[in-house]
Design a protein around this ligand. Structure first.
Ligand code: BYC
Length: 482
């Protein structure tokens, strides 16, 4: 397969994989394209399909300058198939065949497991676009609106990336799966998206920023693991997707930071020192820090569920097969087989939380989740530095991993964000302190009014430090008129 760093725009589907010479796959993708556009028009950003948006498009996959900025109508965005360059001499990084050359074709014995992972990954991409489709209408600025749409078109491209793998390597099954990816819908009663968090609503912009902080970061960890795959086309696809995901987490973490900054500034101006003076703070038209903490608790716990059960034979099989590695597998120094190794897993035993040695192979989901929690701390530090600089006495914290879980070891347990195990009665008395209530949701919703004048920001969020592509403050990121 020919690959180059630069993207070929001569076919209807931009690519760097020599698609014009691969007629079978080109045709299959061209057949899938109209269905994709129908899906985008029906389920993508509602009310903005005709607007010109200042977006970046990939023109090259090398690290420097792969992006080109310009005004585009979203349905005309050049979604394409982009793979990171092939690494000479790459070997399978883990499992029974570790050290042997990577596969350029799907190994028959691992076909089912690979297809399942690619389909699950693919399913999350359109799901997030569906979850966010109404947010444009309440964007707090044109800058934020543009960032939302950038995230959306890139998730659309990530769907293309997985569909390419399905069409190229999985024949008829792959084509059917590609159709199903357009048929399932986030939150749909009969054909929902595959993973829990992708069927939840993203009702407001604070949720969007939390989602891009925490759920996109699960995306990062999963893509990092799949980038370690011995199936080289999957690895190369994921390596390029990771460069795009970094921007999504930036949008999330700086979005929450800007909300926090505005709240602290408004408190200072009004002479409010107590962060728990909820009514007083809400009267200022900003979001109180305890509500931000509750949203953080919700989105972090929903994202933890995306790692599956702590102990999983699926995960062990994928690792053994060399299909999915650990986070930064190629930089870990051990035998990459883990046959006799153990890993400490947090478990709930007789209502007590304990660290237990488990077979390392079974515990791979728990290990990836632990790596994820460490990575999440970066966002939290950013937010707490802002609160400290503004002089407010409050700290955002990540809740305990057992808090509010729907998957795995802690399902059904009543564990507080501090990690205390409660009885059901005790839990009912305090749960509204930990998760957003209807009243919290209604209050946040009441602030979600569009603010679309170039250079202006809604009262509840502060402006960013710098513009996109070094544009000045009043730059018209989305042309709303005309
Ligand atoms: N919801 O052995 P188990 C992203 C199912 S996000 C519903 O515990 P396993 C993005 C599981 O499928 C990253 N079902 O877990 C972010 C299995 O069902 P079957 C997406 C769940 O398989 C933002 C059963 O329970 N990528 O990119 O070891 C915006 C037992 O499973 C859930 C990936 O996830 C759940 N939360 O691990 C846009 C990577 N969890 O097979 C995009 C690919 C588990 O028995 N996926 N189940 O019917 C995987 O690596 C694994 O499938 C999982 C689960 C980590 C998801």
């Amino acid at each position: 397969m020919a690959t180059s760093i630069n993207v070929d725009y001569s076919t209807t589907i931009p690519n760097n994989i020599g698609l014009s010479e691969d007629r079978r796959v080109l045709k299959a993708l061209e057949r899938w394209h109209p269905g994709y556009l129908n899906w985008w028009n029906d389920m993508g950003p509602d009310g903005f399909q005709e607007k010109l948006v200042y977006l970046r498009t990939a023109v090259s996959v090398d690290l420097d300058g792969w992006a080109k900025f310009g005004y585009v109508r979203m349905p005309e965005y050049r979604w394409g198939i982009l793979l990171a360059p092939q690494e000479e001499g790459r070997t399978i990084p883990c499992g029974e065949q570790a050290g042997q050359p990577v596969w350029q074709e799907v190994p028959g014995e691992h076909r089912a497991i690979l297809r399942r992972l690619i389909v699950i990954q693919g399913d999350t991409e359109p799901a997030s676009v569906e979850q966010q489709r109404h947010l444009g209408k309440t964007a707090p600025s044109l800058y934020d609106m543009r960032n939302l749409f950038q995230v959306n078109v890139e998730e659309g491209r990530h769907l293309w990336a997985m569909v390419y793998l399905l069409q190229k390597y999985f024949g008829r099954d792959g084509r059917e799966e590609a159709e199903e990816l357009l048929r399932r819908q986030s939150g749909h009663e009969d054909h929902p998206r595959m993973l829990g968090a992708f069927n939840e609503a993203t009702p407001d912009w604070l949720s969007f920023f939390m989602f891009t902080t925490f759920t996109d970061r699960d995306g990062k960890m999963q893509l990092e693991s799949l980038a370690q795959s011995g199936f080289d086309p999957l690895s190369r696809t994921c390596r390029f997707m990771l460069t795009e995901d970094a921007h999504h987490m930036f949008v999330g973490a700086t979005g929450v930071q800007r909300v926090i900054k505005r709240t602290c500034a408004a408190m200072k101006d009004a002479g409010i020192e107590d962060p728990y003076d909820i009514d007083g703070i809400r009267k200022l038209g900003v979001i109180d820090l305890p509500t931000i903490q509750k949203k953080c608790n919700l989105h972090f716990s929903l994202s933890l569920d995306l790692f599956g059960s702590e102990l999983s034979t699926n995960a062990a099989n994928a690792f053994n097969a060399g299909i999915k590695g650990r986070y930064k597998e190629d930089r870990i120094e051990d035998d990459h087989q883990l046959v006799d190794d153990t890993y400490k897993v947090m478990r709930l035993i007789d209502s007590e939380i304990k660290l237990v040695d488990e077979p390392a192979l079974s515990a791979l989901n728990a290990r990836l989740r632990d790596d994820y929690v460490k990575d999440c701390d970066k966002g939290i530090t950013l937010w707490n530095n802002t609160i400290r600089k503004e002089g407010v006495d409050f700290q955002i914290t990540l809740p305990h991993v057992g808090f509010h879980r729907q998957i795995g070891e802690f399902v059904g347990a009543n564990i507080t964000p501090c990690g205390k195990v409660l009885s059901s009665d005790e839990w009912d008395g305090v749960k509204d302190d930990f998760l957003p209530t209807k009243a919290d949701g209604d209050f946040v919703a009441s602030l979600m009014k569009p603010c679309w004048e170039p250079g202006k920001y809604a009262n509840w969020i502060s402006p960013p430090k710098v513009g996109i592509d070094s544009k000045p403050g009043e730059f018209e990121y989305v042309k709303i008129e005309g």
